[in-house]
Design a protein around this ligand. Structure first.
Ligand code: FPP
Length: 258
């Protein structure tokens, strides 16, 4: 009998071209739940499993940084019941998962205006960040109470203060200096950004950092996003040519000189 074993996307990946940083806008939890006649919070709770899937997939192929857009500053405008439910879900998930993060050598970091999160959430996050700080595997970066415009504004304000006090001169303001004032200081820019649910927007996410990123949009709702979807996004990323404003011939020359 003849049969073929279908190769999954993971096996097709070029191990020498794995992105160092993948960022994800996890979207479609509400629509997923509504389609099933469930409360929106059921979508968010089911979405936690997709967080696990993506994190495991990222660890397995040695993606160093995985950034997830978990709560935007705009999300506060949702009905109170949903906001409270999301905060509870975050606190419970983080406290339940610390052991598993440590077992898998995952380090947790956050970006965003986390000091303004509710005390319970902030404390749980600080605890998890501390307890995972020595881990050397994938870094899970949660964007919480995050707005890219606010991130850039606070960077500009701090840079202006440093200029005013004479610590820096105008000519010191270059890419590196700006980057050192973003929430993501020390984290490389994502090579790939994935957004689920069919929306084709950036939605105030990592506006500076995504300048040269490849963008992958899938119609899959976040709760249905599995490891295979993650590997597929990486596979498609690997088939693209990243130009950084150069022409193809110049890239070939660079490759030759590597
Ligand atoms: C977007 O779907 C999703 C969110 C605003 C929250 C994402 C949160 C989780 C997956 C759970 C907790 C995460 C962690 C990291 C523990 P949406 O509500 O905007 O969906 P819709 O566009 O269909 O309404």
């Amino acid at each position: 009998m003849f049969f073929s074993i279908e190769m999954g996307y993971k096996d097709k990946l070029d191990k020498d071209n794995i992105p160092e940083h993948v960022a994800i806008i996890m979207d479609g939890n509400g629509r997923w739940a509504t389609e099933k006649g469930q409360m929106r919070l059921v979508g968010h709770a089911t979405g936690v499993e997709s967080v696990r899937e993506s994190l495991t997939a990222a660890s397995e192929i040695n993606v160093k940084f995985l950034t997830l857009y978990a709560f935007s500053t705009e999300n506060w405008n949702r009905p109170k019941e949903e906001v409270d439910g999301l905060m509870d879900l975050l606190v419970n998930t983080i406290s339940n998962e610390i052991e598993s993060l440590n077992n898998n050598d995952v380090r947790l970091l956050t970006i965003g205006n986390t000091p303004d999160l509710p005390d319970s959430c902030r404390n749980e996050l600080l605890n998890a960040i501390k307890r995972t700080e020595k881990n050397k595997g994938t870094v899970l970066v949660l964007a919480l109470n995050y707005s890219a415009k606010n991130e850039i504004k606070q960077a500009i304000k701090r840079i202006a203060e440093e200029y005013k006090s004479g610590d820096i001169e105008l000519d010191d303001i270059d890419d590196e200096l700006v980057e050192n004032h973003l929430y993501t200081a020390g984290i490389p820019d994502p090579e790939l950004m994935i957004r689920t649910s069919g929306e084709i927007r950036i939605s105030n996410f990592l506006l500076w950092q995504l300048a040269y990123s490849e963008l992958h949009f899938t119609s899959v709702f976040w709760p249905d996003f599995k490891k295979e979807d993650f590997y597929r996004a990486i596979y498609e990323y690997q088939t693209r040519e990243r130009r950084f404003g150069l022409i193809g011939e110049q890239l070939n020359e660079l490759d030759k000189n590597d």
